[in-house]
Structures are given as structure tokens and as C-alpha cells.
Design a protein around this ligand. Structure first.
Ligand code: SF4
Ligand code: SF4
Ligand code: SF4
Length: 245
């Protein structure tokens, strides 16, 4: 289903002026370059995603889940197929807000099941546990990655939104972060473009500070706001009217 707002905001790209286009391009081009660079380093230097995610994990408490928006190759692949889908003008699917409220919990349910499985495995013995930590689950999941990438032609980040336990783990800790996306409610025109364009289906237009655990720090909302009233910074340094909520 393509929402009216999304068709209007994103379909032709006519809504933003040249200045906005430059702003959008600058941040998002840098993001694509970083994603491509990481993919190259991982391919040629043999780093693995889990290691990088573990190294960056402490930063989640400070700046949120930048790993997902800027580093993770699977996240990048979904962004790129989504861009291809838009370029091909394929219909965009978006889970209705009422259903999204429940669907977004799915990955946390999977994460809880994974933790339970790990606990049971620990009780069963080191052999079972070592099979788990050596990525047996990941190997099984990789078989369906192609399906998710095909789905990604029509909707934003389906795997990240509903299935990824790694994203869920980081997201849970990210609610403690002190830096994040802020919306200036006084300058906001209420157009809803930020919400329509968020790949993680967060209703940015309805919040002052994005503390949502699904936020991946991709800056798409910031890039697409025609009024430039979305910024990234210290939560407590935002306007008094914002911190009042
Ligand atoms: S949610 Fe999972 S697949 Fe998506 S970017 Fe984050 S770690 Fe990668
Ligand atoms: S709220 Fe903004 S930064 Fe966070 S995921 Fe959505 S578009 Fe990206
Ligand atoms: S923050 Fe910007 S994009 Fe979002 S509703 Fe307000 S004016 Fe529109």
C-alpha cells in the first residue's frame, strides 16, 4: 500500500528545492560512501559484522545505533535495493500504523527467544553453546536474506524492522543515549514527510526527541525536512518547549 503522503513526498521528488536537495544529498551521499567503504573493508580485509558491531556497541549509549544506519552491510543492502525500487517507481508498501505498533515488537520477541535459547544451551553444555555463538542461527537466516532483499524493493528495511535480533539488542540500549534526533516543534509545518520517509517507520512528526529503540541514526528524517527543523544533538540542549514533554 502506498500512502498518499509518501506518494506526494517521495514519488517525484519535486517538493524540495535545490538547497534542500543539496542538504539531502550531502548527508546521504556520505552515508552511502561509508556503507560502501565498510563493505569493501569487510570483503577484502576479512572483518566480520559481529566484530564491528561489538566494537561499536559502547557508542550506542552515547549516540544511538549508528552501526545499523551507517555500517551494517545488510542494512546498506536493504537501503540500496529500496533506492532501486524507488528509481524503478515500484509501489511502496508500508505497514499501517495500527499494525506497525505490534509488528515493531517482533524483533524484540525474537531477541528474547534467542536469549532463552542461549540460556538453555548454556545449561545443555558448551558444545551446543559454541554452535550457537559460531553463527548457526546466522547461517540459517542467510538463506532467506535474498527474499528480504527482494521484499526490500517494495518496502524499507523489512529485515531490520521486524526480524533482526542484533538490531533489537542495540536498540534496547540506545534508549539511554544522550544524543539523538530532535524536532523543533515551533518551526515544524506538520507536513509529515519525516515520518513518511523514515525507513524504520518511526512517527518522527509526533515526537520532540526520537528515543525510539528502532531509530538507526540514518538521518533520513533530517535530510528530508523542508523546514530544516530536525537536528541531531544533545537531547537536553534542545528548546525548553521540547524538553517540557
Ligand atoms: S537491524 Fe540488523 S540487519 Fe539491520 S542494520 Fe541493524 S544489525 Fe544490520
Ligand atoms: S527517526 Fe530519523 S534517523 Fe531515526 S531511523 Fe527514522 S529517519 Fe532515520
Ligand atoms: S519536522 Fe519537518 S518534515 Fe517533519 S512534519 Fe515537521 S516540517 Fe514536516
Amino acid at each position: 500500500m502506498t500512502s498518499l503522503c509518501e506518494r506526494d513526498c517521495i514519488g517525484t521528488g519535486m517538493w524540495y528545492n535545490t538547497r534542500m536537495k543539496k542538504r539531502f544529498s550531502r548527508i546521504q551521499i556520505v552515508r552511502v560512501l561509508v556503507q560502501a567503504m565498510v563493505l569493501g573493508i569487510m570483503t577484502f580485509a576479512g572483518f566480520n559484522t559481529k566484530h564491528i558491531s561489538d566494537w561499536l556497541f559502547p557508542t550506542v549509549l552515547l549516540v544511538g545505533v549508528f552501526f545499523c544506519g551507517w555500517v551494517c552491510p545488510l542494512g546498506a543492502a536493504q537501503d540500496w535495493v529500496a533506492a532501486l525500487g524507488r528509481w524503478l517507481r515500484l509501489p511502496r508498501l508500508r505497514v499501517p500504523a495500527g499494525l506497525q505498533r505490534y509488528m515493531q515488537l517482533l524483533r524484540y520477541v525474537f531477541y528474547a527467544l534467542l536469549l532463552m535459547e542461549i540460556s538453555i544451551s548454556l545449561l545443555k553444555g558448551p558444545y551446543h553453546f559454541s554452535r550457537l555463538v559460531h553463527g548457526e542461527l546466522l547461517t540459517a537466516a542467510s538463506g532467506v536474506i535474498v527474499l528480504f532483499l527482494l521484499l526490500g524493493l517494495f518496502m524499507d528495511r523489512p529485515f531490520c524492522n521486524y526480524f533482526c535480533t542484533g538490531g533489537a539488542r542495540q536498540g534496547l540500549f540506545s534508549v539511554l543515549r544522550i544524543f539523538g534526533i530532535r524536532r523543533d516543534t515551533e518551526r515544524c509545518g506538520g507536513c509529515g514527510r519525516c515520518s513518511a520517509r523514515c525507513p524504520m517507520n518511526i512517527d518522527v512528526a509526533a515526537t520532540d526527541f526520537v528515543r525510539h529503540p528502532n531509530c538507526i541514526g540514518c538521518m533520513t528524517c533530517l535530510s528530508t525536512c523542508p523546514k530544516k527543523c530536525i537536528s541531531y544533538g544533545l537531547f537536553r540542549s534542545a528548546r525548553k518547549s521540547e524538553s517540557g514533554r
